[in-house]
Design a protein around this ligand. Structure first.
Ligand code: GAP
Length: 536
C-alpha cells in the first residue's frame, strides 16, 4: 500500500485531483477533479446508480429481505426552505466543538487534538498534536522545542501515561497547543455550526438567510409524498439521490477525505416499522458487498456497528463501512459510508406542525425559552397501504456514502508498485492503478506499434469504433513500453496494439494491465471483448 505522499503526487501529476483555486494559493477544504479524476468519480457514481437503482430487480425477493422492494431516484435542490434544517435537527445540533489557539491563531476541532503529559527541567506540560499517524512525532518535536532540549538530551524528557484526546482534559492551563510556544493559549471549546449560510434574494436580511445543504437526504424526505403521488410505487421503496453537500468543517484535512464541498450518494429506504430491523441488516450487508464487488481489498475494509453513545440524534442503529486509509495509523480505519436506522424521525418531524386547540404545536419539543424548537410542515407524511388499509409513518434505513471518499479509497486501494519489462525486456519498477475495469477512467488505449506502414490508420479506426461506447485513448508517441507505463499509471485495464501482423491478418494484441498477458484476436472482436469485461 502506498503512503499518502505517493498518492497525492500521482493524483496531481496524472490529473486526478488538483487543489481548488491553486493559482491563488488554494482554498482549504476544496478540491477539483482533473481529466482522469472526473472520469473515475463519474464511473463510481454511475456504478452506484446502476447497481442500486437501474439494475435493481423489483419483482424478485432478494435473500435477506422480508419482501420484494422498489428503487427510484430524485435530484433535489441544494438550497431548501430554512425550516427544513430546524426540523432535521441540523440547525440546533449539527455542530462541532472547536478550540482556538491565541498564540498560533490556528483553529482545531476539540476532539481531533491528542496529547500526553510530559516533564523535563522541572517543568510539566500536556503536549499536543493534531490526531493522525504523525501525531507522536509531532508531539516529540513540540516537547523538545518547549523544554528547550537538544536531540542529545532527549533522555531528560519524561513522558507520563498514554496519549489521550484533549476532550479528556478539564483545564487548559498546562496545555501546550499543537503549534503554540507557551502554555495555556487554547481557548475553551466553543460550538460551531457546520452549515454554510447564504442569502436568498436581494434584500439580504436575517429573514432571507438560507443554508447550503449539509446532506442530500433531506431533499428526499421533502419529496417522499410527491414521489408516491406521481408514481405507482408501494412500500418498501428506496429513493436515491447523488449530489453536492457542503459542511464548513473546522479542520478539513487528509486530502479529499474531509472537504468542505463534497458529493454524497444517499438512499432513503422507506419501509414498515415491523420490518425495519431486517431491512437495516440487509442494507448494511449489501452496501459492504458492493465495495467488494468493485474490487476493494476485503482486508482493508470493515463494518463497524456504532455504540449507543455514538449514534446521531435521530438514529436507533448505525453501522459504518470503514477503510484503512494510508493517512491513518496502522489498525485505524476511516468512514466511507454510514448505514443508519433513522426510524420515523425525519418524516415525523417534517410533518408534525399541527397545532392543538391552544395553537401549540403538537408533540414538539420546547426549547428553554418555552418556544418550539422546530415546527413541521403540517402535512401528513404518513403512508396508507392500499392492500391492508394500514396507515403508518414509515421507518427509514439510510445507506449514505461519500462519492469523494469512495474515489479516494479506490485510488489508494488500486495503487501498486511492481515490476514489468521495458522495451528491451528488462524488468523495471512500474506504478500501476489496478482499478476494477468498470470504474477505470480510460477503458482501453489504442497504439500503433510504429507511426508508419498504415498502422496509425488501422489503430485510429479501432479507436473511433470503441470511442462510441467508452472512454478510450489513442497514443502513437514514443516507445510502446513507455506508452504502456503511462496507461498503467492511469489505471487503463487494456492496451490494444496494432503491429505488423495486424496489417496482414486484421488481428491486434490486447495487453492486460494486471497480468501483463497479451492475447491476439481479430480487431473486429475488440469491442465485444472489452465490453464483456468492463460492463460488469
Ligand atoms: N445523511 C446522513 C449523512 O450525511 P454522514 O455520516 O454525515 O451522514 C455520509 O455523511 C457520508 O458522506 C460519509 O460517510 C462520508 O463518506 C461523506 N462525508 C461526510 N462528510 C464529509 C466531508 N466533510 N468530506 C467528504 N465526505 C464527507
Amino acid at each position: 500500500m502506498a503512503n499518502m505522499e505517493q498518492i497525492v503526487s500521482l493524483c496531481k501529476r496524472r490529473g486526478f485531483l488538483f487543489q481548488s483555486s491553486e493559482i491563488y494559493g488554494g482554498l482549504n477544504g476544496f478540491w477539483d477533479y482533473g481529466p482522469l479524476g472526473v472520469e473515475l468519480k463519474r464511473n463510481i457514481k454511475e456504478a452506484w446508480w446502476q447497481d442500486m437503482v437501474v439494475r435493481h430487480d423489483d419483482l424478485s425477493q432478494l435473500p435477506g429481505t422480508p419482501s420484494p422492494y422498489s428503487m427510484t431516484g430524485v435530484d433535489t435542490t441544494i438550497i431548501v426552505h430554512p425550516q427544513v434544517w430546524k426540523c432535521s435537527g441540523h440547525y440546533d445540533l449539527f455542530h462541532d466543538f472547536m478550540v482556538d489557539c491565541r498564540d498560533s491563531k490556528r483553529r482545531y476541532r476539540h476532539d481531533q487534538i491528542v496529547g500526553r503529559w510530559a516533564d523535563a527541567k522541572g517543568k510539566r506540560a500536556f503536549v499536543t498534536a493534531q490526531a493522525g499517524d504523525e501525531a507522536e512525532q509531532q508531539m516529540e518535536r513540540q516537547a523538545m522545542k518547549f523544554f528547550n532540549l537538544r536531540a542529545k538530551n532527549i533522555e531528560e524528557l519524561n513522558w507520563e501515561g498514554t496519549t489521550i484526546c484533549l476532550t479528556e482534559i478539564a483545564s487548559f492551563e498546562e496545555v501546550l497547543g499543537p503549534e503554540a510556544k507557551a502554555l495555556g493559549t487554547l481557548t475553551p471549546p466553543r460550538e460551531f455550526n457546520l452549515m454554510f449560510k447564504t442569502t436568498v434574494g436581494a434584500l439580504g436580511g436575517e429573514e432571507d438567510a438560507a443554508f447550503l445543504r449539509p446532506e442530500t437526504a433531506q431533499g428526499i424526505f421533502l419529496n417522499f409524498k410527491n414521489v408516491l403521488d406521481s408514481t405507482r410505487f408501494r412500500l418498501p421503496l428506496g429513493i436515491a439521490q447523488t449530489g453536492k453537500s457542503f459542511r464548513n468543517e473546522i479542520t478539513p484535512r487528509n486530502f479529499t477525505f474531509r472537504s468542505r464541498e463534497f458529493e454524497q450518494m444517499e438512499i432513503e429506504f422507506f419501509c414498515h416499522p415491523n420490518e425495519s430491523a431486517e431491512w437495516y441488516r440487509y442494507w448494511r450487508d449489501r452496501r459492504l458487498s458492493w465495495y467488494h464487488e468493485l474490487g476493494i481489498s476485503p482486508e482493508r475494509l470493515r463494518l463497524r456497528e456504532h455504540h449507543e453513545d455514538e449514534l446521531s440524534h435521530y438514529s436507533t442503529g448505525t453501522a459504518d463501512i470503514e477503510y484503512a486509509f494510508p493517512f491513518l495509523a496502522a489498525g485505524e480505519y476511516g468512514e466511507l459510508e454510514g448505514i443508519a436506522h433513522r426510524g420515523d424521525f425525519d418524516l415525523r418531524s417534517h410533518s408534525e406542525g399541527k397545532l392543538d386547540e391552544k395553537r401549540r404545536p403538537l408533540e414538539v419539543e420546547l426549547g428553554p425559552d418555552g418556544k418550539p424548537k422546530w415546527r413541521g410542515s403540517g402535512k401528513d407524511l404518513s403512508y396508507r397501504d392500499d392492500l391492508t388499509n394500514e396507515k403508518y409513518i414509515p421507518h427509514v434505513i439510510e445507506p449514505s456514502a461519500g462519492a469523494d471518499r469512495a474515489t479516494l479509497a479506490f485510488i489508494c486501494d488500486a495503487y501498486y508498485e511492481d515490476e514489468a519489462p521495458d522495451d528491451e525486456g528488462k524488468m523495471q519498477t512500474r506504478t500501476v492503478l489496478k482499478f476494477h475495469p468498470r470504474i477505470a477512467p480510460i477503458k482501453a488505449a489504442v497504439f500503433p506499434l510504429v507511426k508508419k506502414d498504415g498502422m496509425p490508420e488501422m489503430a485510429k479506426e479501432i479507436y473511433l469504433e470503441l470511442k462510441k461506447r467508452f472512454n478510450v485513448f489513442y497514443d502513437e508517441k514514443g516507445a510502446v513500453g513507455r506508452r504502456y507505463r503511462r496507461q498503467d499509471e492511469a489505471g487503463t485495464p487494456y492496451c490494444i496494439t496494432v503491429d505488423g501482423q495486424s496489417l496482414l491478418d486484421k488481428t491486434v494484441t490486447i495487453r492486460d494491465r494486471d497480468s501483463l498477458e497479451q492475447v491476439r484476436l481479430p480487431a473486429s472482436e475488440c469491442l465485444a471483448w472489452i465490453s464483456e469485461r468492463i460492463l460488469g
